[in-house]
Design a protein around this ligand. Sequence first.
Ligand code: BG6
Length: 475
Amino acid sequence: MSQFEPHLFVVFGASGDLARRKLLPAFYRLQQREGFGKMCRVLGVARRPWDDATFRAKAAEALIEAGIDPDEVKAWCSQHLSYQQVDGDFEPLADRIAEIEETGGLPGNRVFYLALPPGVFVPTIEGLAVAGLADGPGWRRLVIEKPFGHDLASARALNGAVHQVFDEREVYRIDHYLGKETVQNLLVFRFANALFENAWTRDRIEQVQITVAEEVGVEDRAGYYDSAGATRDMLQSHLAQLLTLTAMEPPARFDADAIRDEKVKVLRSLRPVDPARAVFGQYVAGSIRGEPVPGYADEVGAPSSTETAVAIEVFVDSWRWEGVPFLLRTGKRFPTRRSVIVVTFREPPISLFGPDHAGHARPNVLVLTIQPDEGFELTVDVKTPGDGMDLDTVSFRFSYADEFGEIPDAYETLIADVIIGDQTLFVRSDEVEEAWAVFEPLLADHPDPDGYTAGSWGPAAMASLAGDHAWYPTG
Ligand code: BG6
């Protein structure tokens, strides 16, 4: 267990949904861990005119909602949480930070976490600099939530503004998919098991599919979502991350820069997406699990050409992957919440067990389930008992829950890494820019999306993109 150094964790946007649902429960759980130490304090910052007591009461509600023992939360909130209203002027914040550090005996190590709308990232970073807050006596770290820009130009501008004040080594861009245990496990699965790594090439793999399916619609984020769409919101970030971890070469070392160098190389090797191999969809009214749900246009209150689902075929032009299609698919209001990476291996070069054999040989398929029911499954063909040579396909399965019980939330992992100072699971500036460069042509030249019924797997054209190997899952 790494030791956590004493620090002050300043959360901008502390009255918001992310702080309530994810950050506060993560702080609480981390502070229960051995080694965390008691000298870590959280300062919530927002525009609302709250005081410490109001913030602590709201935080207590959030922790109880997250399933934490009500008897524990009150004392914890008063010992660890403070609140500062900030509305433009950062001087009162600077005074408050100085006071908390002094009375708490903290050495000046500071994390600034921007759980804020993207439009205020830059003014906030500038405000920190003007108030001298980015020059504490200890270390300082900046955490930014996605979206990191809206396109390549805005991502560059944002990186430029960040680098005016913070060195890249102090910047932690969160793509919360990287905090998911199953996503981190991709590295272990690939690089700790020579069995799979040897087969992880164009010689053995026929196709790779990555699906991130969601049941939810746009919820209360219609304003943001309608200007983003699935390509920006999911493909450029979460799916690009899953793709890079699946396709990257073994890093020279297990450290943040060596791993991120390899991920960037994958993005640089991507062949421009053929527009004919991209499908965009938007859900219309339908039902999910028997419950009627409105269409997207009704949810946002106006007709819109924003895509709520997207699927593309991409190729990684490298020696390892030449010619292997990677199919990426994501959508809202799909029939179920499921994120998987599906690797279909090639059939044996000679088919000894063809159609004359009942259940004749099928390709081995590896399904890595990111969520829910985290784990993996590998299909193999076996002989069915009895006369003749008939075949059946069976699975080797591994379930995280069965083996290890509950797994930590992504935010707990990521916040712990920020405090320790490990950037491995955070997106580097060049990685963000490369990911925008890859998907930008799709943004510029985007046909109107095809309608799909809420509760279906997207428009018909999406199904045909997978070719002979149907999408998994399909229902
Ligand atoms: C966010 C997107 O980054 O990820 C949301 O902005 C999406 O639109 C969410 O719903 C999905 O995250 P998860 O962890 O629920 O799969």
